[in-house]
Write a protein that binds this ligand. Structure first.
Ligand code: ADP
Ligand code: MG
Length: 586
């Protein structure tokens, strides 16, 4: 075939191949045009999942009659004019491709009227222009999508899947634009109507979180807010507490300058912020908005603009990670009325003494006499072993006793009932203590009198020994024994009589789960969480009231102790009003 210029329609169809993948992408492009036109109302009306017909109506500033033919031609846009503009983009669109692309693969009609125009005008895919009746704003009708490119039509999924994809676009729009009134009508029935939200961002977003991500998240979502003025960067949004998570990353919405993006690095930053808080394989909920100077983001990487490139990606990683981390570290269940203050309790000594992890353990467990022994009905905060507990510190209350040798029941000054899972709580405390030791250099190891020989596959033995130097810092010392066995010569002292074979097995699981991309920080937190799991007050262990109180006081002094390393709650609180309700007193 000789070289020749492609006809316009064919060129547009080729462009459509990238921009218009499915009906949902048409919805996305047209909605973005409406937003660029300042619309505050958007109505999406689809028939047969948009395969038969898709109509989008907005109340934006419209297109004047004389510009309509231009709007329909390729590379025609009102949004940028120079190369400089290309790197300083403030709108969703700028490529001037959506309208001609969509029109080239469908039966297309655009009707528009600027607010002060006397009448509306309508243009079709063939460029035919005629007057029409329409209120101010724009209406785009896309019928028989891909009729002109049947091959593409064959790639579409089931109508159900296509309509779910459209709903996905609507959800994303609802989150990104709280001020937008959004309506989705499917086959004549209104399936979504989200009125414009009122109030400041954090208030306005709650109903939208509920509509899009569920009541559970809306009720529990923790606000995230941080700035880096020197970089002109900021982040705000919501994330789930460690106790709320899901099996996929689908409930994570990231926006950069209002644009939904899928970005590996930002997703990783979010994931890493939860490293020691979630069970493996679980994912947090998140809606995060990053704002950056437009010059920092290159949106011209992907025709559908789903991916962007950052000039300083590493800074953004840090911003997301630090902001989410900060939010999570401030998380404390609303126990008692007094706001817990960070305390200066010396962690290592109190923890070890109070829980009998290290000599001299017996002192507290048997000997220490609290100055005011707690009584079952005491509503006073109980003093700790060291004799003083500021009232506001004792927000977990005074221990009353144990249920099933597993749960500690306590009463707060306000009369709330606190139930603590002693195993989960202790695991968390051990973990925090290990973390502290590690941060100060290394975890104290306890040499074994008799090295424990652990049989392994040759590959596992090799993997473990390759990390021997690293593991030593964790207080776990291993040596080569044979090609199919290692000798464990020391264990972290905090673990006492842990089973070396099981610990090695779990650490190996950690090591083989880690990709080369896993950061050192993550590896450390993983391994520490695994180690912590191997020694804690097991369920079914009888504790004295003093031990119970010591555990509560230690939890109060330990950030993050209200969830265990696996993201389960360690504590459940039932307030007095809730109790009264249970007994129909309210
Ligand atoms: P782009 O959005 O990249 O500029 P499009 O092909 O999507 O390219 O749209 C072409 C032009 O048509 C836009 O630049 C804008 O001026 C105008 N336009 C499209 N849709 C609307 C709308 N809903 N309201 C007002 N103007 C619109
Ligand atoms: Mg556009």
């Amino acid at each position: 075939m000789p070289i020749r210029q492609l006809p316009h329609t064919l060129a547009n169809q080729i462009a459509a191949g990238e921009v218009v993948e499915r009906p949902a992408s048409v919805v996305k492009e047209l909605a973005e045009n409406a937003l660029d036109a300042g619309a505050t109302m958007l109505r999406i009306d689809i028939t047969d999942a948009g395969l038969t017909k898709l109509v989008i109506t907005d109340n934006g500033h419209g297109i004047p009659q004389h510009e309509l033919p231009l709007a329909m031609s390729r590379h025609a846009t009102s949004k940028i004019a120079s190369t400089e503009d290309l790197f300083n983009i403030h709108t969703f669109g700028f490529r001037g491709e959506a309208l001609p692309s969509i029109a080239s693969v469908s039966r297309f009609t655009l009707t528009s009227r600027p607010p002060h125009a006397a009448e509306a005008w309508q243009i079709t895919q063939d460029g035919e222009l005629k007057p029409a009746a329409h209120p101010p704003g724009t209406r785009v009708e896309v019928a028989d999508i891909f009729y002109a490119t049947p091959a593409r039509r064959k790639f579409l999924k089931s109508p159900r899947a296509e309509s779910r994809a459209i709903e996905g676009v609507v959800k994303t729009l609802a989150l990104a634009h709280p001020g937008l009134t959004l309506t989705l009508v499917e086959d004549g029935a209104e399936s979504w109507h989200i009125p414009a939200a009122q109030g400041d961002f954090f208030t306005a977003m709650r109903p939208r979180l509920a509509a899009v991500m569920g009541q559970g998240f809306a009720a529990q979502a923790l606000p995230v807010e941080a700035q880096r003025p020197e970089e002109g960067a900021a982040i705000h949004g919501f994330v789930s507490p460690p106790t709320l998570h899901t099996g996929t990353a689908a409930q994570q919405y990231l926006f950069v300058n209002g644009r939904p993006v899928k970005d590996r690095q930002l997703q990783t930053a979010l994931k890493n912020a939860y490293t020691d808080a979630l069970p493996r394989g679980r994912h947090p909920f998140a809606v995060l908005f990053l704002t950056l100077p437009p010059q920092e983001v290159d949106v011209n990487v992907h025709p559908a603009k789903a991916e962007v490139r950052f000039r300083h990606g590493q800074n953004l990683y840090g911003l997301v990670y630090a902001a989410v981390r900060q939010t999570l570290s401030q998380t404390r269940a609303p126990v008692g009325a007094a706001a817990p203050r960070p305390t200066a309790m010396p962690m290592a000594s109190t923890l070890q003494a109070s829980l009998g992890l290290q000599a001299p353990p017996q002192k507290l467990l048997k000997g220490a006499e609290p100055s005011t022994p707690p009584t079952p009905h005491s509503v006073q905060p109980t003093p700790t072993a060291n004799g003083h507990t500021p009232a506001e510190q004792a927000f977990l209350g005074a221990a009353i006793g144990q249920v099933a040798n597993t749960y500690i029941v306590a009463e707060t000054a306000e009369g709330s009932m606190v139930v603590v899972d002693q195993h989960a709580a202790h695991e968390r405390l051990v973990y925090e203590n290990l973390k502290q030791q590690f941060a100060q250099g290394r975890i104290t190891a306890q040499p074994l009198l008799m090295p424990a020989v652990v049989s392994l596959t040759p590959a596992d033995a090799k993997l473990l020994l390759a990390h021997a130097a690293e593991l030593e810092k964790f207080g776990l010392e291993v040596e080569s024994y044979s090609p199919t066995a290692v000798a464990v010569t020391a264990l972290p002292q905090l673990l006492g009589d842990a089973n070396p074979a099981r610990l090695v097995e779990d650490v190996l699981n950690d090591l083989s789960d880690m990709s080369p991309r896993t950061t050192l920080h993550q590896r450390v937190e993983h391994v520490l969480a695994t180690i912590a799991c191997h020694h804690s007050i097991r369920a079914h262990r009888r504790l004295s009231v003093e031990e119970q109180n010591a555990l509560l006081r230690q939890m109060e002094a330990t950030p993050g102790s209200l969830t265990c390393n696996h993201g389960r709650p360690t504590t459940v609180t039932i307030s007095l009003p809730e109790l009264e309700k249970l007994f129909a007193r309210r």
